[in-house]
Design a protein around this ligand. Structure first.
Ligand code: ADE
Length: 273
């Protein structure tokens, strides 16, 4: 996968050389190109922003540096044999970044990130490139960062670990919280490793039993309990058919009830603080 990042803070992307993403790059699974947007400015002050039309606070990133830099990044990528670019614009007003979107992006051969600073990029930039390539505007959460670079790191890490050959154990994705499949819409429960006792704390007996069925059941029950506590919205949006008999018992103990439209609902008074 080719990765281009256009930014006014190239140093901010240094973590792309570290840890799992860095290893993926070193192994040739990721081909990372960071571009300093200011190199595509032509005035003495290397201006990348200007005041917003219509007034209001803050500054807006200018069309020309973005356009010229993106054109050059695209041309360089095509020249190097890359194809199928997708532009990813991190913004709090984008669609939510989810595991599903991470999987979708991990299947693309080429991502071009356009993280903004200030109040964002002049709308015409996204409109212009959307006529040529897919443009995804993506938010990593309901909060506002000072710029999109941290979001680029978040998205890249979530995507890179899904690339074939990047995580040591391909099975590691299987039980991820939010991964599709049996544990879809459930948060992962607790995990333990050696030693078996630490500061007087043991580990759940069942994990030592060697009984795979019981262990799987326990893990699922733990996942349920955790999801019900931290993300009741995930249970509410899951069709009841996805729950087995034991799941339903667990939900019932936790205060959830089946609804006529085939889902589960929890009485408000059952919500613990
Ligand atoms: N830039 C600023 N805030 C952001 C957010 N929540 N997600 C993605 N990009 C952003």
């Amino acid at each position: 996968m080719r990765l281009d990042v256009v930014t006014i803070f190239p140093e901010y992307l240094a973590p792309l050389n570290v840890s799992l993403v860095g290893k993926a790059a070193a192994r040739g699974r990721l081909d990372v190109h960071v571009h300093d947007l200011r190199e595509w400015t032509y005035d003495r002050h290397n201006t990348v922003d200007d005041t917003p039309y219509g007034g209001g606070p803050g500054m807006v990133m200018k069309t020309e540096p973005w356009g010229d830099c993106l054109d050059d990044a695209l041309a360089a990528g095509y020249e190097a044999g890359a194809h199928g670019p997708v532009m990813v614009v991190p913004t709090p007003s984008g669609r939510p970044f989810t595991q599903e979107l991470a999987v979708e992006l991990s299947e693309k051969p080429w991502l071009i990130f356009a993280p903004a600073r200030y109040e964002g990029i002049d709308r015409r930039v996204m409109d212009e490139y959307a006529t040529r390539i897919p443009v995804y505007e993506v938010s990593i959460g309901d909060y506002v960062l000072a710029g999109g670079e941290a979001a680029v790191l978040v998205i890249t890490e979530a995507v890179a670990r899904l690339l074939p050959g990047v995580l040591g154990n391909a099975e590691s994705h299987r039980d991820d919280s939010f991964a599709p499949g049996e544990m879809a819409n459930l948060l992962e429960g607790p995990v333990y490793t050696k030693p078996p006792e630490w500061r007087g704390r043991g580990i759940p007996e069942v994990l030592l039993s060697g009984h795979h069925g019981k262990i799987a059941r326990w893990r699922r029950d733990q996942a349920f309990a955790r999801t019900a506590q931290h993300r009741p919205d995930l249970i509410e949006r899951t069709e009841a058919a996805a729950f087995d008999k034991k799941d339903r018992e667990t939900l019932s103990i936790l205060g959830w009830q089946p609804t006529p439209d085939g889902r589960f609902w929890r009485r408000p008074e059952a919500v613990e603080e």
